[in-house]
Design a protein around this ligand. Structure first.
Ligand code: UDP
Length: 325
């Protein structure tokens, strides 16, 4: 009998890619999702358990029906701007939802929990290559809510012996190389999909948010990771837990990053089209340079980012020209 894994947010961008990777590794991914920002059509590698983390009974029902051996937790609200306007929403949904999930997981006797956290828990630490030991000082409610969940998991490790792998990463980009999955946010705010929509004529010019930062070309530098590489890391994290290595935090990044202009240059080459661009003011809350390393993931999980920025843009471009949802 193949092992089932409950994947919260399994109909969302990263969660759906994780479901595909889990299925390829021989697991049955059960996508637990309320479809508030996810897509039913993205659930193709295992069953959909429609439910809501705010509704404990719906979590209990899914766990009772599918009897997963582990939980992989992606579902969350994740817009920084929204989190600053309505922090209560982020504390209630992200932290309250995670608490329901963790308690349900323990009540069901499940011991292995993989949590998709974020480098937003570090806050604004410009220019430093972040790692697992960097102090966490979130500067927005989104990052604060994710840090609270990390701390909550720590408490349940102590009290109930829950085993956890926590991943922190920055900018996720790209799409399934086979074209089965991709990114679909509404509204879309992320650089790469917005840029590709501008190139494809689906929207107006891309606004570059600030070109007077203290970086080589004046635009912000970010650490982009291919969504398929990220999904692979999560499967490795699950295997790590199942092998009995114990709880661990892993940062997933390239340690290098690309500026907005470098992203635009890559897009020009990949798409062979001009990128309509206007220069704009800085966006509030943007740090000049955010990158993290992945030395621990390399040595302990055998993971490293395999797909570069060109592949991220190529796969996202293919998806944007032929989205299935
Ligand atoms: N960015 C931009 N124009 C856009 C969207 C993003 O110049 O329309 C820049 C943004 O300032 C940041 C980088 O692209 O430096 C990545 O932004 P994104 O919103 O994709 O991710 P974030 O780094 O905020 O998580």
């Amino acid at each position: 009998m193949p092992e089932h894994v409950l994947v919260t947010g399994g109909a969302g961008y990263i969660g759906a890619h994780a479901c595909k990777a889990l299925a390829a590794a021989g697991y049955v991914p059960v996508a637990f999702d309320n479809l508030s920002t996810g897509w039913e059509a993205a659930v193709r590698y295992g069953p959909l358990a429609r439910g809501d983390l705010m509704d404990r009974a719906s979590i209990d029902a899914a766990l009772a029906q599918w009897k997963p051996v582990a939980v992989m937790h992606f579902a969350a609200l994740s817009l920084v701007g929204e989190s600053m306007k309505d922090p209560g929403l982020y504390w209630r949904v992200n932290v309250g939802g995670a608490l329901n999930l963790i308690e349900a997981t323990i009540a069901a006797g499940i011991g292995d929990f993989v949590f998709s956290s974020t480098c937003a828990t570090y806050g604004d630490q410009d220019g430093v290559v972040l790692d697992e030991d960097t102090a966490q000082r979130p500067i927005n409610a989104y990052g604060a809510s994710k840090l609270a969940i990390e701390q909550m998991l720590g408490n349940f490790r102590e009290s109930h012996g829950l085993r956890t792998v926590i991943f922190r990463y920055f900018n996720v980009a790209g799409a399934d190389p086979a074209g089965e999955l991709g990114e679909h946010h509404d509204p879309e705010t992320h650089l790469i999909p917005v840029m590709l929509d501008a190139i494809g004529g689906k929207r107006g010019a891309l606004t570059v948010f600030g070109s007077d930062y203290p970086t080589a070309d004046g635009t912000c530098v970010r650490d982009y990771v291919h969504v398929t590489d990220l999904a692979d890391a999560h499967v490795r994290g699950l295997r790590w837990l199942q092998a009995g290595h114990g709880s661990r935090v892993f940062c997933l990044g390239t340690g290098q990053g690309y500026s907005v202009r470098e992203v635009l240059d890559h897009a020009r080459v990949v798409t062979n089209r001009a990128v309509p661009v206007v220069e704009g003011a800085r966006r509030a809350g943007d740090a000049a340079k955010l990158v993290c390393g992945s030395a621990r993931a390399v040595t302990e999980l055998g993971w490293q980012p395999e797909r570069g920025l060109g592949e991220m843009i190529r796969d996202a471009w293919r998806w944007s020209q032929n989205p299935l949802y």
